[in-house]
Design a protein around this ligand. Structure first.
Ligand SMILES: [Zn+2]
Ligand SMILES: [Zn+2]
Ligand SMILES: [Zn+2]
Length: 122
């Protein structure tokens, strides 16, 4: 008899206030919270899914993305800065380890490794 009701601002449905989460000035039900927001993998801050600067597996708020993450300039993979490889010379384009290896192919050992890898897949 004392159940209080709020209206979710996303879906417009009524829910008990025990299920309310206020986020960014809006009252959300658990479902919409799940659907519309995501937790930054780096700082744990909740952000709108639309504001996700990372990807589905590594959601990032804009601050964390700009401060700690880059995209591989060859394949577009999201990388932590610590995992990025850089060319020594002119550009400061970041590469994931795979692409960095591809670029620096002349080393025979890598070619053999790649060949071996493909064989085992078949
Ligand atoms: Zn809702
Ligand atoms: Zn963050
Ligand atoms: Zn790459």
């Amino acid at each position: 008899m004392t159940a209080k009701i709020f209206v979710c601002e996303i879906c417009g449905k009524r829910h008990p206030t025990t299920q309310r989460t206020s986020f960014d000035g809006q009252d959300l039900c658990p479902r919409c919270l799940e659907d519309e927001t995501i937790i930054c993998a780096h700082c744990g801050e909740r952000i709108w899914r639309d504001d996700n600067s990372g990807n589905d597996t590594t959601p990032l708020c804009e601050n964390c993305y700009q401060g700690y993450y880059v995209h591989c300039s060859r394949c577009g993979t999201l990388l932590h800065m610590d995992d990025a490889s850089y060319e020594d010379d002119d550009t400061d384009a970041p590469y994931c380890s795979d692409c960095y290896r591809q670029i620096h192919r002349p080393h025979n050992s890598y070619v053999i490794q790649d060949y071996y890898f493909k064989e085992t897949l078949i």
